[in-house]
Write a protein that binds this ligand. Sequence first.
Ligand code: FES
Length: 58
Amino acid sequence: MSHVEIQSNENGPNLVLVDGKVVTALCRCGQSQHKPNCDGSHRTAGFKAPAAKVEILP
Ligand code: FES
């Protein structure tokens, strides 16, 4: 069974990790031109949000 985590980077996207590897970065600032993926726009938008981590249990 795979281990799935979602890590919210401080001031950045939600990273989806499967078995410790990042499989995608999802925008949480609302400024990406390629939603639902992060395109780095959070940096120029000045997005501020705390880090967080969620583990998905089987
Ligand atoms: S979090 Fe990176 S573009 Fe929105």
